[in-house]
Design a protein around this ligand. Structure first.
Ligand code: ARG
Length: 460
């Protein structure tokens, strides 16, 4: 027996392995809701332009709604012989309502149907991603506000550089996520265009009203070219690109969280509920969540490459290659949403070990630049100031003390412009408070940035 939906011109049944090899229902059944939503809109449009009667439209809508409920109750039998989600649902509809079911596919092809389903799906998933980014950002703002005055060492090359506030560090993450958010918003505009009506590739001879269908499905507009509409998956690639950048940012956060929970840094504590232990080493508490986020990024970068390669050199219009778009896309959606959820839950719960951070900032000559700036204010040229402070640091290394621990006389060996007022400059609080401009690390500025961040989230 040949496939009932396209068997007409065939004289033998599909090879059993080929049937399984070409089938996608195992994974594209995930699109059942969008498939039914799109079919209902298509049927309404066909009735509006007089291709279907109102009674036929109503039968189709009722049948499809029942099928949706059967799927959701787990009562629907999916069949690999019926290849994909589209033909499974259409066959079930015909079984349910008879000949009218066979009219649903009038003026439509699986090519515009599947492209529409994926766009409907990805539009909803993008909205969830946007919500979760916002939730994570809210958590960062709350934490940054709590930690606006907490001092830690800032690093370059992972070597102690200058003191910063922990709140400021967290707000760096916030900024990365703001750009990621914008990328998804922008990507959504190009997802939200409707392929339906393109039919197989050239459009259709029926008097369809694509603006009406687009309105029913909340698309911003029908796609402008039927060949392009059924064939390109750039919107999915773009989603994976935005996801890759987001996960790249999240791996940077993950890496720091992992470092900071180590005994060597000991800057933060992650609550036990986000960690796991070791089956052999009783003392262990491992930061699995950030480690997994760091690891899972590999999948998403891989999926981006897979989709780019899938699309590369495809001649117009639809090619079966595109059936391979779904698994990478679905896994990207699951991975991104999972990582966001884990971080949005975990990050607001992390505890900063303020004394440890402060102690670390006191080591490593983190206020050396402040001393150089102090000398400049006393009239020394910056390059000379740099040299003077370098010599003081070398003395400190040899005598085992940080700049703030040296007596005034010791400091004055290197420059006689140094006076008692240097003490304030060499304190951690003085150092961070002095960087008091927009984008700087001063606690005031952190609080102002938190306020700006709150305002930005409010108008989303
Ligand atoms: N399962 C197919 C896909 O995912 C649906 C479109 C198939 N169209 C076709 N002419 N074979 O792309």
């Amino acid at each position: 027996k040949t496939n009932q939906q396209w068997g007409g011109r065939f004289s033998e049944a599909t090879d059993a392995f080929v049937a399984r090899f070409t089938a996608s229902v195992e994974f594209d059944r995930r699109l059942y809701r969008q498939d039914i939503q799109g079919s209902i809109a298509h049927a309404r449009m066909l009735a509006k332009v007089g291709v279907l009667s109102e009674a036929e439209r109503d039968d189709i809508i009722r049948g499809l709604s029942e099928i949706r409920m059967e799927i959701e109750r787990g009562e629907f039998t999916w069949s690999v012989e019926l290849e994909d989600v589209h033909m499974n649902i259409e066959a079930a509809l015909t079984q349910k309502i008879g000949i009218t079911g066979k009219k649903l596919h009038t003026g439509r092809s699986r090519n515009d149907q599947v492209a529409t389903d994926i766009r409907l799906y990805l539009r909803d998933e993008t909205d969830l991603v946007l919500q979760e980014i916002t939730r994570l950002q809210q958590g960062l703002l709350d934490l940054a506000e709590r930690e606006a005055d907490t001092i830690m060492p800032g690093f370059t090359h992972l070597q102690t550089a200058q003191p910063v506030t922990f709140g400021h560090h967290l707000l760096a993450w916030f900024e990365m996520l703001s750009r990621d958010y914008e990328r998804f918003v922008d990507c959504r505009k190009r997802i939200n265009v409707m392929p339906l009506g393109a039919a197989a590739l050239a459009g259709t001879t029926y008097p369809i009203d694509r603006f009406y269908t687009a309105e029913l499905l909340n698309f911003s507009q029908p796609a402008g070219n039927s060949l392009d509409a059924v064939s390109d998956r750039d919107f999915a690639i773009e989603f994976c690109a935005a996801s890759s950048l987001l996960l790249m940012h999240m791996t940077r956060m993950a890496e720091e969280l992992i470092l900071w929970t180590s005994a060597q840094f000991n800057f933060i504590n992650l609550p036990d509920r986000f960690c796991t232990g070791s089956s052999i080493m009783p003392q262990k508490k491992n930061p699995d969540v950030p480690e997994l986020v760091r690891g899972k990024s590999g999948r998403v970068f891989g999926h981006l490459m897979a989709l780019l390669t899938l699309m590369k050199s495809q001649p117009l219009a639809y090619n079966k290659d595109n059936q391979e778009d779904k698994e990478p896309l679905f896994d990207t959606v699951d991975t991104v949403q999972g990582c966001l959820r884990a971080f949005a839950d975990m990050i607001p719960a992390l505890e900063a070990r303020k004394p440890v951070m402060r102690e670390a900032a006191l080591r490593g000559f983190s206020t050396a630049t402040d001393l150089a700036d102090y000398l400049v204010r006393k009239g020394v040229a910056f390059r000379d100031a740099h040299e003077i402070v370098g010599l003081s640091v070398a003395y400190g290394i040899q005598s085992g003390q940080d700049l703030g621990e040296m007596s005034l006389d010791e400091l004055r060996q290197f420059s006689d412009v140094i006076e008692a007022d240097v003490a304030e400059v060499l304190t951690l609080e003085g150092s961070v408070a002095a960087r008091d401009h927009i984008g700087g690390t001063a606690p005031n500025q952190v609080r102002a940035a938190v306020q700006r961040g709150r305002d930005a989230l409010l108008i989303r």
